[in-house]
Design a protein. Structure first.
Ligand code: FAD
Ligand code: SF4
Length: 493
């Protein structure tokens, strides 16, 4: 007889700040597992022979292997196992939509209790960092080739890390004064603390990646100059899709109207939420309207709420069609954000000082499915009404910024202005690869990282003749159906 504890059935919940408390601060909402919680959760994993969870991960983290190490209490070893394929585990553990990736593929998903892979990933990465256990991989001899990476977002950082580990001299050119891309300027502190992003970027710098900040490629240097007089053998473009879209309704020029991109950049990157300690102006609305239904809208709404506003999210479709993660919608509602669903803005109203005073909207109902497969919202006649607002944040999406692409002859674009690239990131221009949001439209952190990885392998094959692994569906075991690379798409709102 053994007195071993029976395996727990349900997921170990993760403690988090109380909604009322967290609505007034910028500290992280979930508090993370303790070592005991992590072990208990890891012990639920049955170590499947054919681990379908790995299929759901765009960078193929060895999930059962790292979970086994967690169950044995070997936390630092578990992080190193993850880092074999993912250099940013503390970030991915926090912001990846695991519920539609690895956790959706877990054998326990159908029973409604998949292993909490993301929470475990976050726990081990935090444990390694907080206990000063970070180890750097031994790098091979330099191979004499140089690669330039444009953009220090997740796609560029991943390509840089992988190429550095393959012996390349890697330089990242980043337009902002801080690296991280959306991780730094878009996702708020209460979801992803910036010191964590800084430390994960520092891991790459310690490995040898060179970072050149305040370098706007297309303005301060062109791609052709990088490949020509600057002597780079290849360039990877990972500049994201940060150009805000506008609604095209009257009133968008009033004071107190922001794109989510500008609002979040001011708050996150330029620390407006710490005013006056940081000298960044930002309108603090009493009544705030955020238009949109994605993660960006949730981040903008929850930021405005923490800055003292009564916040309403105005979305033209129904709740089930909101593209944001369920967890984010749930957190926003718990904190006091109001959802105005099936509501569409038609005009921003202003006062005598040309500042926002309200939002004229109409009610919508759902009709037949449109090209995105979702029911088309149709305006209900005579349903105009006004929502009082002194701050308006437009979060209906973002597109490709033409600054770099316009200055790069020979680079083919699609009809939305995104770069045409194959699944390995190869573009129409010799020596140039691209990946992440600038190819797919706004997707996810892990998909951008997957694109950076693929491009690194392809660059290595091209420059050094080392064949990349066959990741086609045919090369997988018969009983393992993996996701194909992300499809090119126009972001929906
Ligand atoms: P980015 O992260 O956009 O990075 C591009 C970098 O390139 C930036 O640093 C930019 O300054 C730099 N750059 C641009 N032009 C130039 C130039 N000409 N020269 C030099 N540098 C340049 N995804 C998730 O998985 N989970 C989430 O919870 C989530 N939340 C999000 C919240 C917000 C507010 C936003 C905006 C996005 C969110 N996403 C989320 C999406 C995710 O962040 C992106 O898909 C991902 O960051 C794309 O990575 P990337 O490397 O392609 O580009
Ligand atoms: Fe563990 Fe689920 Fe992966 Fe199986 S599918 S190895 S149970 S995480």
């Amino acid at each position: 007889m053994t007195d071993k504890k029976p395996r727990r059935k349900e997921r170990v919940p993760m403690p988090e700040q109380e909604p009322k408390v967290r609505a007034t601060n910028f500290e992280e909402v979930p508090l993370g597992y303790t070592p005991e919680m992590a072990i208990e959760e890891a012990e639920r994993c049955v170590q499947c022979k054919v681990p379908s969870c790995v299929c759901g991960c765009p960078v193929n983290v060895h999930i059962p292997a790292f979970i086994k190490l967690v169950a044995e209490g070997k936390f630092a070893e578990a992080t190193r196992k993850i880092k074999e394929t993912n250099a940013l585990p503390a970030i991915c553990g926090r912001v990846c939509p695991q519920e539609v990736q690895c956790e959706e593929q877990c054998v326990f998903h159908k029973m409604g209790r998949p292993i909490a892979i993301g929470r475990l990933e976050r726990f081990v990465a935090d444990y390694e960092r907080d206990n000063d256990l970070i180890e750097y991989p031994t790098l091979p001899e330099k191979n004499g080739k140089k690669v330039a990476i444009v953009g220090a977002g997740p796609s560029g950082l991943t390509a840089a890390g992988d190429l550095e580990q393959l012996g390349y001299e890697v330089t990242i050119f980043e337009a902002f004064h801080k690296p991280g891309g959306v991780l730094m300027y878009g996702i708020p502190e209460f979801r992803l603390p910036k010191d964590i992003v800084e430390k994960e970027v520092d891991y790459l710098v310690q490995m040898g990646v060179e970072l050149k900040l305040n370098e706007i490629v297309g303005k301060t240097v062109t791609i052709d100059e990088l490949l020509g007089e600057r002597g780079y053998d290849a360039v990877f473009i990972g500049v994201g899709a940060g150009l805000p879209k506008f609604l095209g309704i009257p009133g968008e020029n009033f004071g107190g109207v922001y794109s989510a991109n500008e609002y979040l950049t001011r708050s996150n990157l330029m620390k407006a939420y710490l005013f006056p300690e940081y000298d960044t102006p930002l309108v603090r609305g009493k009544n705030v309207c955020v238009v949109g239904g994605g993660n960006v809208a949730m981040d903008a709404a929850r930021t405005a709420l923490r800055l003292g506003g009564n916040v309403s999210i105005v979305y033209r479709r129904a709740r089930e069609q909101m593209p944001a993660r369920q967890e984010e919608i749930h957190h926003a509602e718990e904190e006091g954000v109001k959802l105005c669903l099936l509501t569409n803005p038609v005009e921003i109203l202003g006062d005598e000082n040309n500042m926002v005073s309200g939002l004229k909207c109409i009610k919508m109902e759902l009709g037949e499915p449109d090209e995105s497969g979702r029911s088309r919202p149709i305006a209900i006649p005579d349903s105009e009404h006004v929502i009082v607002a002194d701050l308006f944040i437009n979060s209906i999406g973002a597109g490709a910024n033409p600054l770099l692409t316009k200055s790069t002859p020979g680079l083919e674009l699609n009809k939305w202005g995104y770069i045409e690239a194959d699944e390995w990131g190869k573009t129409s221009k010799p020596g140039v690869w691209a990946g992440g949001d600038i190819v797919t439209g706004m997707a996810t952190v892990i998909e951008a990282m997957g694109a950076g990885k693929n491009a690194a392998m392809d660059i290595h094959e091209k420059l050094m003749g080392v064949k990349k692994p066959d990741t086609s569906p045919e090369a997988l075991p018969d009983d393992m159906e993996c996701q194909l690379p992300p499809k090119r798409k126009e972001p929906t709102s």
